[in-house]
Write a protein that binds this ligand. Structure first.
Ligand code: SF4
Ligand code: SF4
Length: 103
């Protein structure tokens, strides 16, 4: 599969740049939470607000955030942002995960 080209715009937006990333799925989430109850009691949802790629999603149902792991940029921010150290974060297996076209 070829890498998508940057959209032909003068000043690419964040969404334009995200579009050029290539994700190789390993079909199993490298992200998760240790204790679901901790999320259910959480009032900050910092994992949601800190993630630059909309991976962690508060669906407004008071449940554990939905994790769209295939959008993950592997920045590690969610792991540090969670005030309860409740984020499971592992590197995707070799050969999978995110590939950046522009670094
Ligand atoms: S992962 Fe951490 S910040 Fe996110 S909802 Fe759960 S406890 Fe809150
Ligand atoms: S590592 Fe970064 S991009 Fe991936 S889920 Fe965490 S905050 Fe989002």
């Amino acid at each position: 599969m070829s890498t998508p080209k940057t959209p032909d715009v003068e000043t690419p937006s964040i969404e334009d740049r995200l579009y050029t990333n290539k994700y190789t799925d390993h079909e199993e989430s490298h992200l998760g939470v240790f204790e679901e109850q901790t999320c259910l009691d959480c009032e900050t949802y910092d994992c949601v607000s800190v993630c630059p790629a909309n991976v962690w999603r508060d669906e407004g149902d008071g449940d554990v955030p939905f994790i769209a792991y295939e959008n993950c940029l592997e920045c590690g921010s969610c792991r540090w942002a969670c005030p309860y150290d409740n984020v499971i974060w592992e590197n995707p297996p070799n050969g999978t995960g995110m590939t950046y076209r522009y670094g």
